[in-house]
Design a protein around this ligand. Structure first.
Ligand code: AMP
Ligand code: GLY
Length: 371
């Protein structure tokens, strides 16, 4: 595997895997086979993100609260399954589909059309098996833990903003901004998430002989009946990672080394109690076809205004930095209150400029009611 060869040639001590595709493809198995330290789940455990039906089965086995679901392979079975649900109904392609594999169908004809497209191959192999599930309502929360397969270290709750436009309107994106605030979950909700969602899920995977190691990301819906699981990811989320790490104190490298060496019980995570926020600056055209090559300015002023500006889709072109992807930058700040963090973040973000720049203006607004 090319990554393994690279890690060896650079004498890398510890590799931390960001995206899901190499995890599902077995990068961790390849590194472990050669005793190279790496943070992430094996291919078998990464199926928690790689296959929706796999993760639903694990949840069912562990009694984890989640939406009622049916798994189908054919349109006839899908039609029969639809009769068990009301609308809107959620149709999910089983495999990895880069954020395009979930459709919330408002009507029966829309559900049928989605099912036919997915089963017909619009997403390739990813859509050859489907999960049809009950639509849940509530507020979405991202909750990420670090685990070495035995110990679990929770991080702090965050909330992503998935659609491109303010007010949760428009098409879904990879995430247009997130904030991290301990008030997102009450103590009771946090206990439910850890004891009824995270722990039973990890227990099932361990009992199956495929323990999960790395970052386990639970995408939750806080329903009137309590937290329920929408999905699991097998990595740190984007843009949740930026505000979560902004609040983390201490040396993340030491923690990840302990995780990779299966001695996570020896370390602790410490948190700045103040909330944090990341506003994503996205390129012209995103989330459809993006334009690249637009010159970016304002880094110095934004950082002088107290922000950390994380690069995502950028590249150096001569002396300039230009756009090179959909989500270009993540402007991140903290504050003594959520409102203060929001105000400072937008002040900093307003110093940034590139042609066609898109930014939501309402990141963090939902959290203000908890203050
Ligand atoms: P997923 O990739 O499963 O997280 O789905 C992507 C997005 O679809 C989620 O972030 C939710 O906004 C939405 N979603 C997924 N499953 C459900 C559900 N059962 N009920 C309501 N919304 C859902
Ligand atoms: N922000 C959600 C994700 O990383 O999938």
């Amino acid at each position: 595997m090319e990554y393994l060869a690279l890690a060896k040639s650079l004498a890398v001590d510890l590799t931390v895997v960001g995206p899901e595709a190499p995890l599902v493809d077995g990068i961790v198995d390849a590194f472990l086979a050669e005793n190279k330290l790496i943070v992430g789940p094996t291919a078998a455990a990464a199926q928690m993100e790689g296959s929706k039906s796999f993760s639903k089965q694990v949840m069912a086995e562990g009694g984890v609260p989640t939406a009622r679901f049916v798994e189908v392979f054919t349109s006839d079975d899908a039609l029969a399954a639809l009769a068990q649900f009301t609308y809107p109904v959620v149709i999910k392609a089983d495999g990895l589909a880069a954020g395009k594999g979930v459709v919330i169908a408002q009507t029966h004809p829309e559900a049928i059309e989605t099912i036919q497209q997915f089963l017909g191959g619009s997403l390739g192999e990813a859509g050859k098996k489907l999960v049809i599930e009950e639509f849940l309502t509530g507020e979405e929360v991202s909750f990420i833990v670090l685990t070495d397969g035995k110990s679990v270290l929770p991080t702090e709750p965050a909330q992503d903003h998935k659609t491109i436009f303010d007010g949760d309107l428009g098409p879904n994106t990879g995430g247009m901004g997130a904030y991290c605030d301990s008030r997102i979950l009450t103590a009771d909700q946090r206990a439910v998430v850890i004891n009824k969602i995270i722990q039973p899920t990890l227990d099932v995977l361990r009992h199956r002989g495929t323990p999960f190691s790395g970052f386990l990301f639970a995408g939750l819906m806080i329903t009137s009946e309590g937290p329920k699981t929408l999905e699991f990811n097998c990595r740190f989320g984007d843009p949740e990672t930026q505000p979560i790490l902004f609040r983390m104190e201490g040396d993340l490298g030491e923690v990840l080394l302990a995780l990779a060496q299966q001695r996570l019980h020896e370390v602790k995570l410490a948190w700045n109690p103040d909330p944090s926020i990341c506003v994503v600056l996205a390129a012209h055209g995103y989330p459809a076809k993006v334009r690249t090559g637009d010159v970016i300015t304002g880094f110095d002023l934004a950082e002088a205004a107290g922000a950390k500006v994380f690069h995502a889709g950028t590249k150096q072109s001569g002396v300039q930095i230009v756009t090179a992807g959909g989500r270009v930058l993540g402007v991140t700040t903290g504050g003594s209150t959520l409102q203060a963090a929001v105000d400072q973040c937008y002040k900093a973000a307003d110093h940034m400029h590139f042609d066609g720049m898109q930014m939501r203006r309402d990141i963090g607004q939902k959290g203000l009611k908890r203050w």
